[in-house]
Design a binder for this molecule. Structure first.
Ligand SMILES: *[C@@H]1O[C@H](CO)[C@@H](O)[C@H](O)[C@H]1NC(C)=O
Ligand SMILES: *[C@@H]1O[C@H](CO)[C@@H](O)[C@H](O)[C@H]1NC(C)=O
Ligand SMILES: *[C@@H]1O[C@H](CO)[C@@H](O)[C@H](O)[C@H]1NC(C)=O
Ligand SMILES: *[C@@H]1O[C@H](CO)[C@@H](O)[C@H](O)[C@H]1NC(C)=O
Length: 345
């Protein structure tokens, strides 16, 4: 999808809300308060953005806006934490090197991190008329399967994708596995979370059961929520731009396989996943969703006044609590992981 062509048209529509904004890198380290609370270190390296109250325990009762002194997100009232695993390149000699992220399109001066969308309707639907319910304090969710190594295992999470970016604004085609060729501008990974909530539980043991995809179709096609999960929420989506360019000039596998590996060892791409811990101040997210807001460029005056500069976002960082080498050429991925390839096709 090319925003440059979409944007002028979209601005003509009334009361639209697709909230798109960036969050710079808060910290990169082995900590995971959702899946492995209290573990220092957790099993694999993550890149984390958002409020600086982030830590390894994160009691759901924690008042994230009150305990944070800054956020790396553009909306200054968003103290949520958003994270994904980090990506590594595996050289032909078996050494690994971390792939850094880039500020996304329109956020080029941001220090890494990821871009967020909170949508009312499919992003290409310029009407954005549906009313959606914002998440609430204490809400958390996870999507994906770290152990998935085949397309069948990943099929349940069909909206976790890769784009081989030959141009900076390219957003298609999307694949469920890693691209196997050199991508001129980098690799984008997108994580679309489920959009139907059970209306009761802020979390669940697998951090997924309280949420569901629509019963039929998708959020994009306006598919209805199942009776078990009747509350239609905003679609939360992450976009991460991985700067694979520095690796394009190195030797790649002669058999044409992909040289990139998730920090947990997955070299297929099917194990991609995302974590979310809601931490917006008060009803700030609902207010933004209820008023006109196209990306962050044409939000209501009130919503716009809550945006901080990219410089301010870049200044909100945390010192890692896990002191280990995650950069430079490594013999093994932090936590002891090695590249795992799926079963032969
Ligand atoms: C912002 O959107 C409103 C409709 O939601 C439109 O009337 C207005 O012209 C837009 N402003 C700009 C600067 O594009
Ligand atoms: C995390 O922050 C809480 C306060 O919210 C604090 O009580 C706890 O000790 C911190 N845990 C770690 C591991 O830093
Ligand atoms: C492994 O390969 C990379 C990329 O060519 C190179 O920079 C690195 O020095 C090599 N490491 C070893 C231990 O040979
Ligand atoms: C994740 O994938 C593994 C490996 O196939 C499988 O055993 C497990 O049931 C899957 N879990 C979920 C929640 O899909």
């Amino acid at each position: 999808m090319h925003w440059t062509t979409l944007l002028p048209l979209a601005l003509a529509a009334p009361s639209i809300a697709v909230v798109r904004f960036h969050c710079s890198q808060l910290v990169v380290q082995r900590v995971d308060p959702l899946v492995e609370p209290g573990s220092i270190p957790s099993s694999h390296v993550h890149q984390i953005v958002g409020g600086n109250s982030f830590n390894a325990t994160m009691d759901p009762k924690k008042d994230m806006p009150a305990e944070s002194t800054c956020t790396s997100c553009q909306f200054s009232e968003d103290f949520s934490n958003y994270w994904t695993a980090v990506l590594y390149f595996r050289a032909q000699n078996g050494s690994y090197k971390r792939v850094k992220q880039l500020g996304n399109n329109q956020f080029e001066t941001a220090n890494g991190g990821l871009t967020l969308y909170y949508m009312q309707d499919a992003i290409y639907d310029q009407a954005q008329k549906s009313k959606v319910t914002a998440f609430q304090p204490g809400f958390r969710m996870f999507i994906g399967n770290v152990s998935a190594r085949t397309i069948d295992e990943a099929a349940r999470y069909r909206q976790l994708t890769y784009v081989c970016m030959d141009t900076w604004t390219q957003r298609a085609p999307e694949t469920m596995q890693f691209p196997t060729r050199r991508c001129k501008e980098g690799i984008m990974t997108s994580i679309r979370f489920p959009t139907c909530w059970d209306g009761k539980n802020l979390d669940s043991p697998d951090h997924m059961a309280h949420m569901s995809y629509p019963e039929t179709g998708t959020f994009e096609s306006g598919g209805p929520c199942p009776a078990t999960h009747p509350v239609r929420t905003s679609q939360l989506m992450y976009e991460v731009v991985w700067d694979t360019k520095p690796f394009n000039s190195l030797d790649w596998p002669a058999d044409g396989s992909n040289p990139f590996v998730w920090a947990f060892g997955d070299a297929t791409g099917y194990g991609t996943h995302g974590d979310y811990v809601f931490g917006w101040k008060g009803d700030a997210l609902q207010r933004i969703l209820d008023t006109s807001c196209w990306f962050n460029t044409n939000c209501s005056t009130e919503s716009r006044s809550k945006l901080q500069s990219i410089d301010a976002m870049n200044k909100c960082t945390q010192k890692p609590v896990v002191d280990e080498g995650i950069d430079g050429w490594l013999d093994v991925l932090p936590g002891g992981h090695q590249a795992e390839y799926g079963p032969p096709a």
